[in-house]
Design a protein around this ligand. Sequence first.
Ligand code: AVJ
Length: 339
Amino acid sequence: MTRATIDSTATLRDAILREALEGLLKPAGEQKSLPAWLFYDERGSALFEQITTLPEYYLTRTERSLLAAHADEIIAQMGVPVTLAELGAGTAAKTGLLLRAALHSQPEVLYQPIDVSASALREAAETLGAEFPGVIVAPQVANYITEAFTIERPAQQRVLALYIGSSIGNFPPAEQLAILRKLRAHLVPGDALLLGVDLAPTPGQENGRTNGHAHKSVTTLLAAYDDAAGVTAAFNRNMLVHLNRELGSDFDPARFLHRALWNAAQSRIEMHLVSDGAQTVHLGGHAIHFADGETIHSENSCKFTVETVLTLLARSGFKPALSLTDPAGFFSVTLATAS
Ligand code: AVJ
């Protein structure tokens, strides 16, 4: 069962224009950028789904196996019936694991996915509605950064807020803190946050293997953002197609090349779109010039350590209850209660 979706197409287009101009109208020599949420139009969301199934993209399957192994434990920690709310839910591909666990101890679960992509939310509602008759889906189409969102709390229930998939890694540390504090303000003591983050490479494990144990290397990380099949490249370029459609700009996506790099000082993967030759693009009444090789910085994907996650949670009003990491140290999921 699905409740009505809140739509806000005009607001969204305004935000896209504002952010595109802010990122692209830069003095010559200054880094141009676009915000990563612009990836997620219908095609971008589909390409991201495809990325999550790639052999190089270990994030999704690692997080899924952590959730599969610990879903009952996570739900049991909550103690009472729960409603699940999810920031950046997308198609909610991993959420079923937690919903199923919740349905073991309560007849119905209200699931509140929040995402910028209406098409992804429609798919989430259809899939979950079909698989779990006890799940009531209440989707919100919203950019949880720029727009207000609501979280409902049915009587006698606790909110389990999900912020998984390392989506928080798209934001710089100060904004990570602001997002979690904003989320915390929707919660009351006893509610909880389940936060999934991708981990930084193990220092000194460049070749990926020591004493027969797998370790995370920079090479592993880079491959996850520059796959052999070129899906991530298509995902990156699709941002320009999205802008062309929404704003009537004239980017030629074929003249921007995909690049992924590891920024060790900031502990993040960066994705860029590299101008193949000098060119001028028209957008919102402006002519935007690109020098040959100049880049649009399209994404940051920050990588954490268990320690940096715990610090972030403490600073945003959460107290860790359960910290889960796979044996090779690729990915980490933390359950933290609102304190
Ligand atoms: C959805 C932000 C977690 O950073 O790994 C995948 C997006 N970018 N491949 C990530 C992404 C390139 C993804 N997040």
